[in-house]
Design a binder for this molecule. Structure first.
Ligand code: COA
Length: 371
């Protein structure tokens, strides 16, 4: 048995590849650095779904489909309005995605064509759910999507109602590219397990959202920011980290099952965090991050992962902490859906075995005899 399935190869995929020894990541064979430099989230999604970069005409048509599918049904909006205001955004997202299937015209169709339509609707509308919930919980009216903006810019617009700063929109777009897919990570595995029973695409994405939410996976970015806030000052990092490591606590944003070298996405996010710190004139979160990284990596040979610098990036962009993980989902849905198609295309039920370690042949004790 391999606890946590470490080292077990459970699927073949042509979507993304992690070179954990050398800290490299490829989508459909293209180095993530090239995509982060030149691509957009929309183009990267087309690459993940269709296996190659779209030409200009294909990209334009793909972007138009995204823009025209951002609205969520009024019934789903009404459902959001009825939810307790304290509900965490990841819970709201999981619930709303589940509800969206009831209103999807292709709900009962599991063909590839129908699944592509469902994926476009889902990927295009998940930012609308997150932004609408953020406004509703603050007693503000949701802002309808703006078709003239790209995916990242429109998300920032729907959060605030203000024309997004182009630099902020570009940074968010890069973050979405960097989070779009990542081998057989836990949430992607969940989505493939659900798809392998020939359940529907929405169910697979609901499974994935529930899995992403945990602090050992996508939830780590929120925990990183809470740690940076608790430290509060670069000079307090030393005491905090030494205390945490002595207490055998895990430092969020470090460690990875596959990477032995630093996660290549972290290098990008580190640069973005530094640029934002310089531009905003507030370097405190970046400087605490740098101090924490040095302290952790001097003490333990742990790679820094994607969640570490994304925390200070989102925070400096003015994004509320509990939207960090939903933003991860808004991006990763492109990878999840690609993996669901791939699973359906050559399906076999995913059903591992467990090693039973409990007692055997235990007698059934009638209720009256039980103490
Ligand atoms: N801080 C401190 N120690 C850590 C650590 C961290 N973030 N991550 C791993 N370690 C240590 C463990 O304590 C363990 O040490 P031990 O062998 O002395 O007991 C060793 O490294 C192996 O850790 P383990 O939890 O078994 O590795 P894993 O492959 O099962 O877990 C993660 C991978 C990502 C879940 C784990 O590194 C972690 O919890 N990181 C923090 C959460 C996080 O950032 N998640 C986002 C991942 S992208």
């Amino acid at each position: 048995m391999s606890k946590g399935l470490e080292g077990v190869v459970a699927a073949s995929t042509a979507i993304s590849c992690i070179d954990g020894q050398n800290g490299r990541l490829f989508y459909r064979g293209i180095d993530i650095n090239e995509l982060a430099d030149h691509s957009s989230f929309e183009e990267t999604t087309a690459l993940l779904w269709y296996g190659k970069l779209p030409n200009a005409q294909q990209l334009e048509s793909f972007e138009r489909k995204f823009q025209s599918n951002r609205q969520i049904p009024n019934e789903v909006l009404a459902m959001l309005m009825a939810m307790p205001r304290k509900t965490a955004p990841m819970e709201v997202l999981r619930t709303a995605v589940s509800a969206l299937s009831a209103y999807d015209p292709d709900d009962l169709d599991n063909s590839l064509e129908a699944n592509v339509h469902k994926s476009i609707r889902l990927t295009a509308s998940m930012p609308t759910i997150v932004a609408a919930w953020h406004r509703i919980r603050n007693d503000l009216w949701p802002i309808p999507p703006e078709t003239s903006l790209n995916h990242a810019g429109n998300f920032l617009y729907m959060l605030t109602g203000k024309e997004p700063d182009p630099k902020a929109a570009h940074i968010l777009d890069t973050c979405l590219i960097l989070h779009a897919d990542h081998g057989l990570n836990a949430s992607t595995f969940s989505s493939r397990i659900t798809a392998s029973t020939l359940s529907d695409l929405h169910s697979a994405i609901v499974s994935a959202i529930g899995t992403l939410k945990g602090p050992l996976h996508g939830g780590a970015n929120e925990q990183v920011m809470r740690m940076l806030l608790e430290i509060g000052d670069p000079d307090r990092a030393d005491q905090y980290i030494r205390g945490a490591l002595a207490g055998k606590k895990k430092i969020m944003g470090f460690g990875h099952r596959v990477y032995k070298a630093d996660d290549p996405r972290a290098a990008w996010l580190q640069r973005l965090s530094r640029d934002l710190a310089d531009a905003s004139g507030n370097r405190v979160w970046f400087e605490i991050s740098e101090r924490v990284r040095t302290l952790v990596q001097d003490a333990k040979p742990l790679p820094v992962n994607v969640d570490f610098y994304s925390a200070s990036v989102y925070y400096t962009l003015g994004i509320p902490i509990d939207l960090f993980t939903p933003i991860f989902a808004v991006s990763r849905v492109s990878g999840w859906t690609a993996h669901v198609y791939e699973q359906y295309s050559d399906n076999r039920l995913i059903r591992p075995e467990s090693e039973y370690i409990g007692p055997m042949d235990v007698r059934y004790t009638p209720l009256a005899e039980r103490k």
